[in-house]
Design a protein around this ligand. Sequence first.
Ligand code: ADP
Length: 291
Amino acid sequence: MSAPLLRTDDLYKFYGADTARTAVLRQVSLSVEAGRFVTVMGPSGSGKSTFLHMVSGLEPPSGGTVTLAGHDLWSLSERRRTLLRRDLIGFVFQFYNLIPNLDIGQNIRLPLLIGARVQPAAARGRREAVGVSAAAADARLGAGNVATSTATVTEEVHRTEAELAEEHIAQLVELFKLEGKLKAYPHQLSGGEMQRVSIARALVTRPAIVMADEPTGNISSSAGDEVMKLFRRSCDELGQTILLVTHNARDAAYSDEVHFLKDGELHAEQRLAGEAVTPSGIAASLAALGI
Ligand code: ADP
């Protein structure tokens, strides 16, 4: 089996000094295979956001390593880590973080406007995404504008990067049912619609991984279901790797595997995968953990 797209080994996070020092995360080891939809679930305060910040390169761990697409994230320079984050990670936040004075079309394109580029379409279906994404990132980080030179295996070589980006955007707009909204502004949309826009924005570069932090926390449960179905379809139809952190069992039930975080520790004996990922299976694991 190939290396996982994302891996943490013995991750620790402490806050405070000396006697006031508390461990928010302890010895967290987790692997996310390319093409999988993985959830880390835990109650409020269990360390989910802290975990996401460390694996996305936003906040350094106190100990342990994070390996993303073959890169030891925290041994890179700040600049390389920032570029890696821009090129390989798409983010979805609870409060959408759309830009109010840009229209929806511009919001979706935002990552491209700030210099990120659409990754080669290596991950259709559940195909392996790691090799191409890592190679493309390496090329870009090391040698400027040769990002796709290592990934010329697709039919895409005949088309320009701009054409490919527009095709991909059109595909996302259709999948996310945003055709009639492109000229609207965020304040004219419902919470569910804004979250659909933010997921489309996260996917616009075909990132190696999308990381989502409580993405349904601010919308109705029916809009939340719609959002979760879109994550599911993004995984199934676009091959998108997804890492979700949530306290919501209903959301977690859309994923391929669920890992439980309690008091800063992952409880491997309660890990669920495949057929076992159901609302009742999740409820049983939560009960067993006393959550
Ligand atoms: P969750 O996302 O699961 O709600 P968090 O990762 O936000 O949990 O927080 C986990 C714990 O870490 C909480 O007890 C929180 O108070 C603490 N914590 C988070 N950030 C800091 C910080 N910058 N300084 C001190 N404690 C923090």
